[in-house]
Design a protein. Structure first.
Length: 367
C-alpha cells in the first residue's frame, strides 16, 4: 500500500510555515493519540502517520529531500534505513504535550546525532542517466575493548544518581513542568568512573566507511540524496542522516537546460551544400544525423528522447543540435582554382538569396 502525501496527511499547503505544521499536527495528535483512543488500531495508525509527516516536513533538509524525491527521498534512497518507525511525541512537543496525554516523564528521550553533508561531483552523464557511486566517510564502530560500554575492562557504567537513569531531569516552573537533559550524564542515563582507554569512554572508535549511493536519473546541481543513519554517531542514541549533495561538473560538449540538452556541431562545407550525414555525440554514444541539402549555419536539428530527465519523471527531453558550416581551410593552388571555377558558375540572385536581399537593403542606405 502506497503512502499518502505528507501534506495531505496534515491537511496543509506545500508552503505551510513551521507554526502551521505544528498546529496541524497537534490537531491530529489530539484526535488520534493512543491514550485517547485505547484499543483502536486505526487511530494509532493515523497518529503515527501524522507524526511521520510532521517530522519530515518540519525538518528543512528532510522537507527539501521529500519535495524533490517524494517518499523515496526520506526513506534512505540508495542507502536503505529504518524510516520513521519510532516517532517520539516528546521529541516534537516536549513534556508539556506529553503531560496532556500522561506520557511517562521518567522515560529517557531518544538522542540523535547531527545530520551531515557530503558533496559529490558527478559527470553530466551520471546525473542524467543515474549511477551507483562509492563514497568514503569517517564513521564509528563499537569499541572491541569495552564492547561499546565505554567502561574499562572489569568495570561497568553506573546508573546516574542525578536523573536515576532517565537521562533528563524535570524542573517545575509555575504551572508548567519542563524537562531538561541531565548535566551529570549528558543525557545518557549512565556515568563511567573508570573509562575505557582505547575509546576514551566513548564506547566506539573511528574508522573510514565505504557507502554505496544510488544516484537516481535526472538529478541536478543542489539535489540531495539522503542516507538514513549514516550521519553523526550518537552514543546511546540514534545516528543522524547523511545528505549527499549533488554537484554536476560542466560538460565541454553539452549544455543542459531543463529536460533538454544542447550542442553545436560543425559540418563540412560540401555536406551543407549537397547533403549527407554526420556523426554527433549523445550521452549513450554517437548517432548519425541526416543533413539535408542547402543547410545553413545555425539550423537546429531535434533528436527526440536523447536529452536529460528530471527525478520522478522517466520521460527524457530532447537533444537539440545546432550546426555550424565549416569552410575548408589550407587549400592548395589546385583546390583554390577549382573552388573559384565553382563559385564563378554561381549566381548571387539564385544561389545566394540571403546575400542578395542583404545587398539590396544595404543599397537603400546609400540613397
Amino acid at each position: 500500500m502506497s503512502k499518502r502525501d505528507y501534506y495531505e496527511t496534515l491537511e496543509v499547503s506545500r508552503d505551510a510555515s513551521s507554526a502551521e505544521l505544528k498546529k496541524a499536527f497537534k490537531k491530529k495528535a489530539m484526535k488520534f493519540h493512543p491514550d485517547r483512543n485505547p484499543d483502536d488500531p486505526e487511530a494509532d495508525a493515523k497518529f503515527k502517520e501524522a507524526a511521520e509527516a510532521y517530522e519530515v516536513l518540519n525538518d528543512p533538509q528532510k522537507k527539501s529531500a521529500y519535495d524533490q524525491f517524494g517518499h523515496s527521498g526520506v526513506e534512505g534512497m540508495g542507502g536503505g534505513g529504518q524510516g520513521f518507525n519510532d516517532v517520539n511525541i516528546n521529541d516534537i512537543f516536549g513534556d508539556i504535550f506529553g503531560d496532556v496525554f500522561g506520557t511517562r516523564s521518567s522515560s529517557r528521550r531518544s538522542r540523535r546525532g547531527s545530520d551531515l553533508q557530503y558533496n559529490l561531483d558527478l559527470s553530466l552523464k551520471e546525473a542524467v542517466l543515474g549511477a551507483q557511486k562509492k563514497i568514503k566517510i569517517p564513521s564509528h564502530k563499537s569499541c572491541i575493548d569495552c564492547d561499546g560500554s565505554g567502561a574499562a575492562r572489569g568495570s561497568s557504567p553506573s546508573v546516574c544518581s542525578n536523573c536515576n537513569g532517565a537521562g533528563q531531569v524535570r524542573l517545575q516552573q509555575g504551572f508548567f513542568s519542563v524537562q531538561q537533559t541531565c548535566s551529570a550524564c549528558s543525557g545518557s542515563g549512565q556515568t563511567i568512573k573508570d573509562p575505557c582507554k582505547p575509546c576514551r569512554g566513548l564506547g566506539a572508535t573511528k574508522e573510514n566507511k565505504t557507502l554505496s549511493v544510488n544516484i537516481p536519473a535526472g538529478v541536478d546541481n543542489g539535489d540531495k540524496v539522503r542516507l538514513t543513519g549514516e550521519g553523526e554517531w550518537e552514543k546511546g542514541g540514534q545516528s543522524g542522516d547523511l545528505y549527499v549533495a549533488i554537484r554536476v561538473i560542466d560538460n565541454p560538449i553539452f549544455e543542459r537546460e531543463g529536460k533538454d540538452l544542447y550542442l553545436e556541431a560543425p559540418i563540412p562545407f560540401e555536406i551543407s551544400i549537397i547533403g549527407g550525414a554526420v556523426k554527433i555525440p549523445t550521452l549513450e554514444g554517437s548517432l548519425s544525423l541526416k543533413i539535408p541539402p542547402q543547410t545553413q549555419t545555425g539550423k537546429i536539428f531535434r533528436v527526440k528522447g536523447k536529452g536529460a530527465a528530471v527525478v520522478r519523471n522517466s520521460r527524457r527531453g530532447d537533444l537539440l543540435c545546432r550546426v555550424i558550416v565549416e569552410t575548408p581551410s589550407s587549400l592548395d593552388r589546385k583546390q583554390s582554382k577549382l573552388l573559384k571555377e565553382f563559385t564563378d558558375s554561381l549566381s548571387q540572385s539564385k544561389n545566394y538569396p540571403g546575400t542578395e536581399s542583404f545587398s539590396k537593403a544595404a543599397d537603400k542606405f546609400k540613397e
